[in-house]
Design a protein around this ligand. Structure first.
Ligand SMILES: N[C@@H](CCC(=O)N[C@@H](CS)C(=O)NCC(=O)O)C(=O)O
Length: 371
């Protein structure tokens, strides 16, 4: 077995990856070049030539008695990745039972079988047939699950075909995009509980969570060397790194990771044009969200129940819940009460009520299918 050498180039790269994991660095800092390869593949075709998936023992099993879908779900994740937190928020809100496989972000050994290199990945084993469907990308996972809940007469496998993947090779690196990822698929004849305006608003804020709010995380969580170290200790604790890393690896990941991510935080601050005081940018984002929720004069953007935008914003913030940046945001903005309400709704699986299952917010109709 190869020894872990903290000072070789590969180890340093891996440490950066952990930082990515721990909070989001998904876009990196490479200068974008024009792509020389472009491919669009329907989800049912074989863009992703996965290897056979070994049976791994779940790191954690979430069981909810009221889950009546019969789906057997397995989530490959990093505990503090904001995209994974979003998926868990939706699964928990709807009261799904699922297994969690914590991917070792250094070796990624649990994900070696997957042609798609990122987390989250959700495996759904169909009731009856036992056939497996592999869902990639947090927003695709969420939209496909939501589509399925709104009309279970169509299979999850079929829904997945509505989320084709665009793959580009940029500087030799594969980049994936799922253009329909924010759309919930439904039948034209279906009765919907929401208006087109509400559905479009929901999509807009889901996108905002991924494209804006997420970029507040790294510069804030790693704002100072001390905060970076504290953040990594927190990630180690909630990610149960003692299960995935040896003591030595853990120390290297925590200390070297904190150092690297402190530097990366500064680079990302400039890349995403955050304010001089990065906290202010985080507070502005929280205020922007609170303002739009308040405009609706209801507890959530979704009304009396969270919609997918509420769950997405919650998930992103949840990834830094134990960090100083999060505590500061609670103290200096008015996001706290909404965050607490959303957390309660998720923890109590409020979306698992059969009526909620039936009337889950749905989208798309003709307009998205045209897209
Ligand atoms: N658009 C993707 C982004 C997922 C993503 O960037 N995940 C990061 C972790 S936060 C990842 O797996 N990075 C690759 C790595 O760690 O090697 C999604 O929404 O799921």
């Amino acid at each position: 077995m190869k020894k872990f050498n903290p000072f070789n180039r590969r180890s340093i790269q891996r440490v950066v990856t952990v930082g990515n994991t721990a909070i989001v660095l998904s876009t990196g800092i490479t200068v974008t070049q024009y792509y020389f390869k472009f491919q669009t593949v329907n989800a049912e075709d074989s863009l992703f030539e996965d290897q056979e998936r070994p049976i791994s023992k779940p790191s954690r099993e979430v069981r909810v008695d009221t889950d009546n879908t019969g789906l057997k779900l397995t989530l490959y994740q990093y505990q503090t990745c904001p995209f994974c937190c979003k998926v868990r928020a939706v699964l928990d809100y709807h009261g799904f039972s699922y297994d969690v496989i914590e991917v070792n972000s250094i070796t990624k050994k649990q994900l070696k079988w997957s042609a798609y290199p990122k987390v989250p990945v959700l495996i759904a084993e169909m009731p009856g047939t036992g056939k497996e469907v592999i869902l990639r990308d947090s927003s695709v996972i969420i939209s496909a699950i939501e589509s399925y809940l709104s009309d279970r007469s169509t299979s999850l496998e079929k829904y997945l075909t509505f989320y084709p993947c665009d793959m580009e090779v940029i500087s030799g690196k594969k980049k994936y995009d799922f253009p329909n990822k924010y759309f919930i698929m439904y039948q034209e004849t279906q009765d919907l509980a929401t208006t087109p305006k509400q559905r479009s608003e929901e999509r807009k804020w889901r996108r905002w969570a991924d494209d804006h709010l997420v970029h507040m995380l790294s510069p804030n969580a790693y704002r100072t060397a001390r905060e970076a170290l504290q953040a990594f200790h927190y990630f180690s604790y909630v990610g149960e790194w003692e299960k995935n890393f040896s003591f030595m690896e853990r120390q290297v990941v925590i200390y070297a990771g904190a150092f690297v991510m402190y530097i990366m935080g500064k680079i990302l601050k400039s890349k995403y044009k955050l304010k001089q005081d990065v906290r202010q940018s985080l507070y502005d984002a929280c205020d922007e969200w609170v303002k739009v929720v308040r405009q609706g004069k209801q507890p959530f953007l979704g009304g009396n129940q969270p919609n997918l935008a509420d769950l997405a914003v919650y998930g992103v913030l949840n990834s830094i819940e134990g960090c100083t940046a999060f505590e500061d945001a609670l103290r200096n903005t008015k996001i706290g009460p909404w965050y607490k309400r959303t957390k309660e709704a998720i923890q109590q699986h409020q979306g698992s009520h059969p009526l909620n299952m039936k009337g889950a917010p749905s989208d798309v109709k003709k307009e998205s299918l045209k897209k």
